[in-house]
Design a protein around this ligand. Structure first.
Ligand SMILES: NC(=O)c1ccc[n+]([C@@H]2O[C@H](COP(=O)([O-])OP(=O)(O)OC[C@H]3O[C@@H](n4cnc5c(N)ncnc54)[C@H](OP(=O)(O)O)[C@@H]3O)[C@@H](O)[C@H]2O)c1
Length: 240
């Protein structure tokens, strides 16, 4: 297994939920962090907790909307400059809008695609050249089981994640020959603000997956010998 101490990681959507849990897990493993999100105070709090978990790491934060290319370009450039490299990308920022194809406003449908698909693409576009240059790296794209099949009232989110799954596989084929590992992570319901607000947890917040479960999976993947990687993984809870 690899040791992760001293590596550098960029995490998008790091202010809460899955991104926050992954940030704290990677901090505990000794990675230096660059955190991107939309809310400054959330990022500051994650940075504080990460430094508390491991005083020996650097943590830099940058407020940016991953759905806006210019902001992604500036954020990645600034954070990679501060960290000196980027070994790991956790492409996690995402939003959920629930509603039927007819009823969900066009602007909201577009916004989901803008953040979940184009935002993920923008981040990859800016980060991947660094990995290609160093002939090494790890990308974990957080898609969803919702991208694997259609469902009523989930068309925007499902379509965005289906496209991200395809983008992620294409990236895997492009990176593999340069020693870059690309993993598509498809969680089912995890207890975060996203799903609690959408009432997906059915009042059973403690019975579904927890953000820390995903974070543990990410750490396992990163620790695999460099020759090996999990190409695509679904994480499910034992409770229906
Ligand atoms: N929770 C689940 O059951 C589940 C299942 C499968 C996949 N996922 C995926 O996992 C990822 C994380 O979800 P989560 O459940 O942790 O959601 P969450 O609790 O809503 O947290 C999302 C985080 O991403 C940030 N974010 C959202 N849009 C952003 C943008 N355009 N630019 C920068 N940061 C942005 C949010 O910041 P602000 O609060 O400041 O906007 C927040 O910190 C998403 O891609 C989601 O689709 C979640």
């Amino acid at each position: 297994m690899q040791t992760l101490t001293g590596k550098t990681a960029l995490i998008t959507g790091a202010g809460k939920g899955l991104g926050k849990a992954v940030a704290l897990a990677l901090a505990a493993e000794g990675l230096h962090l660059g955190l991107i999100g939309r809310t400054q105070k959330d990022l500051e709090e994650v940075a504080r907790q990460a430094k508390k978990a491991n005083a020996g790491i650097e943590v830099h934060i940058k407020v940016a909307d991953t759905g806006i290319y210019a902001q992604v370009k500036e954020a990645v450039s600034e954070l990679v400059g501060l960290l000196g490299s980027v070994d790991v990308l956790i492409n996690n920022a995402g939003i959920l809008k629930v509603g039927s194809i007819v009823e969900l406003p066009v602007e909201e449908w577009q916004q989901v695609i803008q953040v979940n698909l184009l935002g993920a693409y923008y981040v990859i576009h800016e980060v991947f050249p660094h990995m290609l240059a160093q002939k090494k790296g790890d990308v974990i794209n957080v898609a969803s089981t919702a991208g694997l099949k259609g469902a009523a009232n989930m068309s925007a989110y499902g379509a965005s994640k289906a496209a991200l799954i395809n983008l992620s596989e294409s990236l895997m084929y492009e990176g593999r020959k340069s020693n870059i590992r690309v993993t598509t992570l498809n969680p089912s319901t995890v207890a975060t603000d996203m799903t609690v607000n959408a009432k997906f947890t059915d009042g059973n917040v403690e019975k579904v997956l927890q953000p820390e479960d995903l974070a543990q999976l990410v750490v396992y993947q990163l620790k695999l010998p460099q020759r090996a990687f999990v190409k695509e993984v679904g994480l499910w809870s034992t409770n229906p």
